[in-house]
Design a protein around this ligand. Structure first.
Ligand SMILES: Nc1ncnc2c1ncn2[C@@H]1O[C@H](COP(=O)(O)OP(=O)(O)OP(=O)(O)O)[C@@H](O)[C@H]1O
Length: 326
């Protein structure tokens, strides 16, 4: 089905959140972040441990309130007006807390009750969640006896109760094997249709295929907010080159070709060589041809390659402060 992402469903404006530390001095977990999430989009929420991802999701879910700035969920303040939006949001927290002794159906009934769903409304919500997460054959099974992948499906089923418009998913594939990860990603894609999904993950590999947008948080700052395609274009455009030519010569040569030298070049100690990164739209053929031209000019080429894993490279750059915030 065709997606129509336009309307901001979640909106954070200059949000700061602090917690008191053991030394008594408050520490900011979020240092003024702003972003919007649109309907029909899956947004990857990336960042190293402790960056502030869970805190952000708790603010959106209305479990916490901001110290400064504002959070709007479906047009309301989720902390002040939580009751209005409780069934319109589904939250799968990290480690998916489930009671092991319960049967699957009881786990779903329990979660429906916690969302304020009762009677006929609860039965309908459970039936829908069971169908969308394929839990029909498992209803009488004991949760503690099920695989991690199945438990994640139950967690997603719980999050789906009441057909929420917004899904907040914290590490839904943590600890799963590759087949289970694939299943959960397929399920997320299916559930995402016409919804707004914010997905935290430390697995960068599936992001390009699964997510429409990417947010990267680092030490409480938002350091990237953009479309996945833009990010991939940006990061696919770097080639690494080792040569004996100095930065001035290389820069002049590149500017004649309409290419830019990344400022992060290094001199390789004791070798007379430099290591450069070059921005441009590269593929192996173009790079090999260009290197040959430089070689013909008398440059000694110590080696070259195109940067392999764009997501990982970009993540490292953004979270090591190598590039500026966007
Ligand atoms: N209730 C709390 N009390 C004190 N400090 C907290 C509390 N919750 C979070 N923090 C601190 O806020 C910062 C951000 O934590 P948060 O859990 O949001 O990060 P995260 O990006 O979700 O990390 P992870 O990827 O490890 O889950 C951390 O320094 C954390 O120790």
């Amino acid at each position: 089905m065709e997606k129509q992402p336009t309307q901001a469903v979640v909106e954070l404006d200059n949000v700061k959140k602090r917690f008191s530390s053991v030394w008594g001095k408050p520490r900011y977990a979020l240092k003024g972040i702003s972003f919007k999430l649109n309907r029909g989009e899956i947004t990857a929420f990336l960042g190293p441990n402790g960056a502030g991802k869970t805190t952000t999701k708790r603010l959106i879910a209305g479990y916490l309130f901001p110290d400064e700035g504002s959070v709007r969920l479906l047009g309301v303040d989720p902390f002040e007006q939580g009751k209005q939006v409780r069934t319109r949001i589904g939250y799968l927290p990290e480690h998916n807390p489930l009671y092991n002794d319960l049967q699957v159906i009881d786990a779903l009934q329990f979660a429906a009750g916690a969302k304020g769903l009762r009677g006929k409304q609860a039965r309908k919500a459970i039936q829908e969640a069971v169908e969308s997460c394929k839990l029909g054959d498992l209803l009488k099974q004991t949760v503690g006896n099920l695989s991690k992948g199945t438990r994640q499906r139950i967690g997603l089923g719980q999050a789906m109760l009441g057909n929420p418009e917004v899904l907040l998913l914290d590490e839904p594939t943590n600890g799963l094997d590759p087949n289970q990860i694939k299943d959960i990603h397929l399920l997320i894609r299916k559930l995402a249709c016409r919804r707004t999904v914010l997905l935290s993950t430390h697995q960068l590999h599936p992001v390009p295929e699964l997510c429409d947008r990417v947010l990267v948080l680092n030490q409480g700052h938002l350091v990237y907010n953009g479309a996945t395609s833009t990010l991939l274009n940006q990061s696919r455009t770097r080639a690494c080159l080792v040569t004996d030519q100095n930065p001035e010569t290389v820069r002049a040569q590149l500017s004649g070709l309409g290419l830019n030298l990344d400022p992060s070049f290094k001199q390789l100690p004791g070798s007379g060589f430099y290591s450069y990164r070059i921005h441009g739209t590269w593929d192996d053929h173009r790079m090999a041809k260009t290197v040959k031209q430089w070689s013909d000019l008398g440059w000694h080429i110590g080696g070259w390659h195109l940067e392999a894993n764009p997501m990982e490279h970009l993540f490292t750059q953004l979270t090591n402060n190598e590039v500026s915030a966007s």
